[in-house]
Ligand binder design. Sequence first.
Ligand code: ATP
Length: 236
Amino acid sequence: MSAVLEVNGLEVKYGQVEAVRCVDFSLEAGSITALVGANGAGKSSTLLALSGLVHKAAGTVRFEGEDITRLPAHQVVARGIIQVAEGRCILTRMTVRENLELGAYRRRSSGSPQDFDYVFTLFPRLKERLEGLAGNLSGGEQQMLAIARALMAKPRLLLLDEPSMGLAPLLVQEIFRALKAINADGLTLFLVEQNVRQALRLAQRGYVLENGSLALSGTGSELLNHPRVLQAYLGV
Ligand code: ATP
């Protein structure tokens, strides 16, 4: 396997606040990698920096061999790096269909029947709700729509910011099952999560972020059994 994304020495600052400090990691092509940590550890800031949505105070990001460190967000998207934002950010006054069509916009398309069929296979509920307003969906369905909309863009790398946030355990299972299926179809996933157990169960590789710095890294199962993870995040 080869690294599709390489991050070296990443730093993010908000004024005097050092949100991310000297972070290095890489994502293997076709893998699921999890970045876990507590509230405020710097996970979202790391994702936003990759997407070009916040300024990188230092560091480099290479994607498929290209230095994308200084690319603005729309050019990062044009490379196929698509982020599913924390809080879903769906367009609530538009229908489910319109949200999905917008997802395909990066390809100057409103989505082919095959694109729709693919996301309906993953999330059959979206097909049932297709002509309804996205704002009338439940929280879990809105998360499904946010992921499906990102898939309509045909990403080469999917970044997910806390997809399990605020969802009941059964819905979390459903979302994580879909992520596993999406990855099995070949897509590289980078998953930021506070749900440490679920994320490390799903991911082949994980990184633990504490106060803006990487504290641990390893395979998902190594981290799940690491004494520090067990004590600090899993309450064992
Ligand atoms: P959460 O799970 O709560 O989203 P996180 O691990 O994603 O947490 P970040 O949101 O990246 O953490 O925040 C990292 C640090 O940066 C925190 O101390 C936070 O208060 C600070 N921070 C984040 N966004 C801003 C901002 N726009 N302005 C100032 N400080 C910020």
